[in-house]
Design a binder for this molecule. Sequence first.
Ligand code: ADP
Length: 447
Amino acid sequence: MFKRILIANRGEIALRIIRACKKLNIETVAIYSVADKNAEHVRISDHAICIGQAPVSESYLNIPAIISAAQITKADAIHPGYGFLAENAKFAEICEKSNICFIGPNSASIALMGNKISAIKALQAFDILPVPGSSQTNTLDLAKSEAHRIGYPVLIKAAFAGGGRGMRIVKNATDFDLAYHEAKIEAKHACDNETIYIEKYLNEPRHIEFQVISDHYGHVELLGERDCSIQRRYQKIIEEGPVTNIPMAVIQPIREKLKLATQKLGYHGVGTYEFLYQDNTFYFIEMNTRLQVEHTVTEEAFNIDLCKWQILIAAGKPFQMTTKPLRYAIECRIVAENTKLGTPSPGIITKIRLPGGANIRIESELYQGIQITPYYDPMIMKVIASGDTRADALINMRQALNELLIQGIDTNISQLQLVLNQPWFITQAIHTNILTAAKEPMHEIPA
Ligand code: ADP
């Protein structure tokens, strides 16, 4: 077992990983930027080391500084969390070559599945459908003729970027040229790689994802599905599961194909296969080769500690657990932003009151007086509510958000409260464009 793990991340996920390490009696090394010197992950870690200035390129993406920190502190493994270097195959490879265990799949798996184009091809070999599309986009003319063949509207997507960056919906040929160039520039800026591809744009899909866990001995388990359809600007804000309103006859064959693919591709650790679901059909869009923000939904529903198992599997332990969904869970992401303008809202948290009680879980870096800086992701808290049924979990979530108070910055709490009370949310008549499509402003509807 590992003696000491360096956590190459910050915020709530760094806290989450430190807590998992403590359960396993493993020492932790936090890394932090100058802007994070008063952060919670620094305070609760056994050791902490400053690795650079506030901008991510100088700190949380600074590979030489992070590897040096691991070597200086004699960490035998690095947990990358999500975001930052979590899906960077080069970073995983450097860890491998430096004899530091990268907690995640090996660098070859990340290279294959972290590139959306090669991931789609890899899964096609297992009869898993992607959204109709094309990776033939080397020149503008070729891309345009492929878009014509697929049929408008199309979506231009970046092969490596996440968080909706590099994505452009194109409604007709006239708009194609500009969107093509913009997407490439944005992709290059986001991930230093301008590779793009084209997909048919689906109007009202649901985002459904499959959680997988796989050890080094061929044991692969699929831990149910999560519905992450409530999004704004292609970013999830509410996730829930296990999904119970899709026919088993449609879900089961996908589960079986994914299980086989995971085994045959030699993928180890935790991972998520993301799909769009429309007209009773699943279309694979991408794989996340890491722990996801919303892993907590599965943890609550299945009563499993995915982060702990991720560490155990990386250490070579077999996965041994019966996996059955026991409860329903919903997660709301609290972000520091002005929801009307869609802009981040940095500042000092002047007052904070957390919800509590049974079936409520909070994952957060917040405390009174903390400065939310503009340098990092605006997500500052996750609230997870669970219950015996979806209706119970929803009641618990509403109460939790009613109790939650964050002052000093703008947040999306009231937007989330509105969503939770909409008839389409209550009946799960949802799709990924529902927040944009709700043309009328959402009104408060008594629960
Ligand atoms: P990212 O890695 O940037 O998050 P994804 O491929 O995971 O990109 O897609 C993010 C979201 O974008 C999806 O959940 C969905 O809302 C939307 N999206 C992606 N592909 C399509 C598509 N072909 N048609 C419609 N919406 C899509």
